[in-house]
Write a protein that binds this ligand. Structure first.
Ligand code: UD1
Ligand code: CA
Length: 459
């Protein structure tokens, strides 16, 4: 196979984002834009991938680690100048160079593949990926000659009124014969409205040298979308969301209202699961089959096994076993691990809590830093008192124990297997197996007290 070099341009200032953060690090469906681009590139198994950075380059470099080669463009003198910076790495190597912009997050690997195939089959020295859009404002326009082949690309700012009517745009994505690219780059000048070295000018230069230049017009124009400001960022996210959701529906997931459902790119969902509106599935969340999620579940890095139901719940970094039910109105904080057939009810707050099969915390409780055994029942209003103002301590409730309502379990403390704790207790000492712990005042009934009180007050 031929060498394939991928060059991603991301040195620009991204001024229109008005952000402290580099443009390509802005997220779309749970991942920075640059990651979406790299996912599509990686699918092509390139020989080398090079990212050109400049403005805020250090933060991009840090984020990328050693996933790609990074080249610095110290001064942003234009897209041709940006590609020039890769000369030490690429010049004189035979192969195809795919150049693309870091601010076009929606391109798929299939589109790149088709572009490369078109480039090869037309024996071109350069091929531009084009799209015909409703509003071509701001983009470079594709000027085609009489034969219909590409004559040149004219930037919006350099275009005549007539050229501005052209709706076919340069998506910023090109394929080049690598050696011819670097030869032509030497000839690019900056004699234009922006005083920049334009990469599209490479096409006219090659054209003049009677090289074949070619254009591949993509079908799905949505993919061609560039992100220059936050309005376009939101639009791109919407398109990506739609794409993700359609994929899940094709895989057999029911999504009741696709427009009111937010699923990050890496989320996995099993067949016959129903996702109700107002649901956010984020990060590396994995949902099993036959689950019912939502309405209004906000899950980040949560694993949910088959046939579990979660509604009106916020959960993070948690694991939910199968056939369990969570919510409405539960908050599962990091480190929550539910076994199978667990029930977590209304206004329950869990943190670093491990609940075994069949455990129930049905109402108004806080269980944190705890291990809860099989079939334990945690009554309404129970609190694990895990914090002494300095450190967190652990509560252990063994299998089959029953914790009465409004109990405080002052950790560190263990309620052993099968034990009962009377409602309203404040437990500060371990409870032995099968014992009943009562840790509250005994009740005293003062007969006739109220009658006497009322008689006295009337006088
Ligand atoms: C560019 C194209 C235009 C195309 C459009 C598609 C040029 C001259 N124009 O315009 O034909 O329709 O993309 O979105 O190529 N960059 C650098 N170094 C620089 C300048 C830019 O790395 O010196 C990077 C930017 O970070 C960005 C990309 O190149 O990722 C495109 O630059 P941008 O300034 O956004 O170009 P456009 O005006 O959008
Ligand atoms: Ca741009």
């Amino acid at each position: 196979m031929q060498n394939l070099f991928a060059v991603v341009l991301a040195a620009g200032k991204g001024t229109r984002m008005r952000s402290k953060k580099h443009k390509v690090l802005h997220e779309i469906c749970g991942k920075p834009m640059i990651d979406h681009i790299l996912t599509s590139i990686t699918a092509l198994s390139p020989t080398e991938t090079i990212l050109v950075v400049g403005h805020q380059g250090e933060t991009v470099r840090q984020y990328m680690g050693d996933r790609v080669q990074i080249v610095e463009q110290h001064e942003q003198l234009g897209t041709a100048h940006a590609v020039q910076q890769t000369r030490p790495l690429l010049e004189n190597q035979a192969g195809i160079t795919l150049v693309l912009n870091g601010d076009h997050p929606l391109f798929t690997a299939e589109t790149f593949q088709k572009l490369i195939e078109h480039h090869q089959s037309t024996h071109a020295s350069a091929t531009v990926l084009t799209a015909t859009v409703e509003d071509s404002t701001g983009y470079g326009r594709i000027v085609r000659g009489e034969s219909g082949s590409v004559a040149r690309i004219v930037e919006h700012k350099d275009a005549t009124e007539e050229e501005r009517q052209i709706q076919e745009i340069n998506t910023g994505t090109f394929c080049f014969d690598n050696e011819k690219l670097f030869a032509a780059l030497r000839k690019v000048d900056n004699d234009n409205a922006q005083g920049e070295y334009y990469l599209p000018d490479v096409l006219s230069i090659l054209q003049e040298e009677n090289q074949v230049i070619s254009a591949y017009e993509m079908e799905d124009v949505v993919e061609a979308m560039g992100v220059n400001d936050r309005i376009q960022l939101a639009e791109a996210a919407k398109c990506m969301r739609k794409r993700i959701i359609q994929q899940h529906m094709q895989n057999g997931v029911t999504i009741v209202d696709p427009e009111a459902t937010y699923i990050d790119i890496e989320v996995v969902i099993g067949e016959d699961t129903v996702i109700e509106p107002g649901t956010f599935l984020r990060g590396k969340t994995v949902i099993g089959a036959d689950c019912h999620i939502g309405p209004q579940a906000d899950l980040t890095n949560v694993t949910v096994l088959d046939s579990t139901k979660v509604q009106y719940t916020v959960a993070q970094d948690s694991h939910l076993g199968q056939q369990s039910t969570v919510g409405p109105y539960a908050y599962l904080r990091p480190g929550t691990e539910l076994g199978q057939e667990v029930k977590i009810g209304c206004f329950v707050d869990l943190k670093k809590a491990k609940l075994a099969k069949g455990a129930k915390v049905s109402h108004l409780a806080y269980v944190g830093d705890a291990e809860v055994g099989e079939n334990v029942n945690v009554g309404c209003g129970v609190v694990t008192v895990n914090y002494d103002g300095f450190r967190k301590h652990k509560t252990i409730i063994e299998d089959g124990a029953f914790i009465g309502c409004n109990t405080n379990l002052v950790a560190p403390v263990t309620v052993a297997e099968g034990a009962y704790v009377a409602a309203g207790s404040t437990i500060t000492k371990d409870v032995p197996a099968d014992a009943l712990a009562v840790a509250r005042e005994r009740q005293v009934n003062k007969e006739g007290y109220v009658t006497k009180l009322k008689a006295r007050l009337k006088k």
